[in-house]
Design a protein around this ligand. Structure first.
Ligand code: ADP
Ligand code: ASP
Ligand code: MG
Length: 589
């Protein structure tokens, strides 16, 4: 019999009427001939209320006790949901994470699933029950309750769908589906019919709170088709699958993380291994580093900047004080009034000028860009928080995201291909472990760096406008935070376009009063591509340690949810790739 997993978020079970409505949906699915597992979140804002209660007692609640407390929210909902189904004349059984056998590691507050046992659920389903599973929680080896991180019920749902080889995973929420951006912030946002795993993963990590990013890692890893839809209507929602909605359009969505903080370590000696000291200090505390920008060094020293969630700033600063001492760096500096705006799209990899359009649209609104990082399918900029909403609206309008794309439609959300059973079983033992799919080397690029450009709105737009007009397709762009009103911008392009790029940039440098551009005619780009690249906080530090041990110096860095890209000296490409293959051998999928 087909199995369906339905997940109801907090707002979908916020009161008794809503719980009864959700119960009816589950019963209908069962009556259509499915076995049904329902995953529920805590009612309404209950998780927030519990956090608030804890804060009233102490500002440093022990992590174990916090998980004990927060897991009660979901325990209330599962019991009420099971009662609702009974009251409507059907069989149901509620189960906590521990009762299901969702085993996690012991990282309280952001635990990772290690294994799920399906025995009890399967038995209950075979007896005709609708199984009601508590989202967001698990149990570790010592039988202590753990939670998966805010929004983690999505991850429970997709993980159960994978473990049960379910035919569908439906995420019921308070919006009609996944939109081009948060419809509460930008009312012109459009609902997508379909989105690819890679795009959704980047959007979720870039702030699209509609899905927990780790749930998409699961969906991708186990090929679970996810249907995000409204609890309050029967309209079709958005399918998250392998293929994008349309091919040929550069951008499918935009997102914002409002509360970010930027940290810069100033004057880091530019030698192999310097970056590791910084990354390992941060990853050692399990702090997720987000944008990382290291620009090409001037005078043997470089500045390394990264962003972290704002509430992780105090921990991060403590680590940076240690790093500055160890490295003999000049100091550190931070700004906790910043937000990150990102655009995402599979099509941008093959189209010139996408970054330039983003930068120009912001410049026209007088919004200064403090930091830039790019990857194949995402461009992120850091802006002052006071401009964040306007910036999101601006880029959304620039790429006409509110309108149906005219480009060729991608393949329709085809009937899901059920994953090969053997494959699922083999990978299940790893559940949320890091999986590296590929480590690639691209030796076809060159680099140009413009130094000491004035740090004012419109500058990046101007630089990349001229470059795009000359027909050069830029790959990586890194702009670090400015110092003394000046900043550096580096980018890479095909080697054949180096001369042209230098010419364009030299003209600009003359106009702007900057020194002549620096360049390297042959660089090597190493890309580590996989699942869990960022949520496994140690990836960056492992990567830098491995390269440093071989004496390979990193010139530029950019990271995304699915990829870490580094630019190294052109002569060190093969050596670097070999070092990375060795370092990540255990994680190669
Ligand atoms: P639930 O409680 O059902 O898990 P969430 O609040 O976690 O619901 O997620 C739904 C919310 O996500 C929406 O109300 C919306 O404001 C927000 N959101 C942010 N980005 C997007 C997006 N791109 N598409 C749809 N909703 C989004
Ligand atoms: N109740 C938890 C939270 O609010 C988990 C979830 O809703 O997904 O974060
Ligand atoms: Mg949610």
């Amino acid at each position: 019999m087909p199995i369906i997993v339905q997940k109801f978020g907090g707002s979908s079970v916020a009161d008794s009427q809503k719980i009864l409505a959700a119960a009816r949906k589950a019963i209908r699915a069962q009556q259509r001939g499915n076995q049904v597992v329902v995953v529920v979140s805590a009612m309404g804002d209950n998780t927030d209320l519990l956090i608030d209660l804890a804060q009233q007692i102490t500002d440093q609640p022990p992590a174990r006790e916090m998980d004990m407390l927060l897991s009660t929210g979901e325990q209330v909902s599962v019991a009420l949901m099971a009662m609702a189904i009974h009251s409507l004349g059907h069989k149901a059984i509620s189960l906590t994470g521990a009762q299901i056998g969702i085993v996690t590691d012991s990282t309280h507050g952001k635990a990772r699933i290690q294994s799920i046992s399906t025995e009890r659920m399967t038995k209950a389903l075979d007896e005709g029950n609708i199984v009601i599973a508590a989202g967001f929680q698990g149990i570790d080896e010592s039988l202590d309750i753990t939670t998966l991180g805010r929004g983690g019920s999505d991850t429970t749902a997709v993980a159960l769908a994978a473990a049960l080889h379910a035919d569908a995973c439906e995420i019921y929420t308070d919006v009609d589906g996944v939109y081009t951006t948060d419809p509460r912030v930008v009312p012109e946002a459009r609902q997508l019919r379909q989105i690819s795993y890679d795009e959704m993963l980047e959007l979720a990590t870039a702030g699209a709170g509609v899905m927990h990013n780790r749930s998409i890692e699961f969906a991708k890893k186990f090929s679970v088709p996810v249907h995000v839809r409204s609890s309050f209507s029967d309209k079709p929602g958005t399918m998250i699958v392998r293929e994008p909605e349309a091919v040929g359009i550069p951008v499918c969505g935009a997102a914002m993380i409002k509360n970010e903080a930027r940290v810069t370590v100033l004057g880091v000696p530019d030698r192999p291994g310097a970056a590791i000291t910084i990354f390992s200090k941060v990853s050692g505390k399990s702090i997720p580093m987000d944008m990382i920008a290291q620009n090409v060094a001037a005078d043997g020293r470089t500045d390394i900047s990264f962003s972290v969630p704002r509430d992780e700033l105090p921990h991060t600063i403590r680590s940076m004080e240690e790093a500055v001492k160890e490295l003999g760096a000049e100091g550190h500096d931070c700004d906790d009034e910043v937000s990150k705006i990102s655009i995402v799209g599979l099509g941008m990899a093959t189209q010139p000028g996408v970054a330039e359009r983003m930068f120009r649209s912001l410049a026209e609104k007088g919004i200064n860009i403090q930091m830039i990082t790019t990857s194949e399918i995402k461009i992120s900029v850091l802006v002052a928080r006071e401009h964040a909403q306007e910036a999101l609206r601006t880029v959304h309008a620039e790429f006409n995201l509110g309108k149906e794309p005219e480009a060729v439609a991608g393949k329709p959300a085809a009937a899901p291909v059920p994953p090969q059973t053997n494959d699922v079983v083999a990978r299940m033992s790893k559940m949320e472990q890091l999986i590296i799919e590929d480590i690639s080397l691209d030796e076809s690029q060159a680099r140009v760096t413009v130094n000491s450009v004035p740090d004012i709105p419109g500058l990046a737009a101007q630089v990349f406008d001229d470059v795009a007009q000359s027909g050069v397709v830029v790959d990586m762009i890194v702009q670090n935070v400015g110092r003394g009103g000046r900043t550096n911008i580096s980018f890479t392009m095909p080697q054949k376009d180096l001369e042209k790029s230098i010419r364009v940039i030299r003209e600009q440098a003359d106009i702007l009063g900057c020194p002549p551009p620096g360049s390297s005619p042959r660089v090597a780009k190493l890309s580590v591509f996989g699942v869990g690249m960022k949520s496994h906080t140690s990836v960056a530090s492992r990567l830098f340690s491995a390269l440093a041990a071989e004496g390979v110096n990193v010139e530029l860095i950019s990271t995304t949810e699915v990829r870490v890209n580094v630019i190294v000296d052109g002569a060190h490409g093969e050596k670097g790739r070999a070092a990375l293959l060795k370092e990540f051998a255990d994680a190669m999928g």
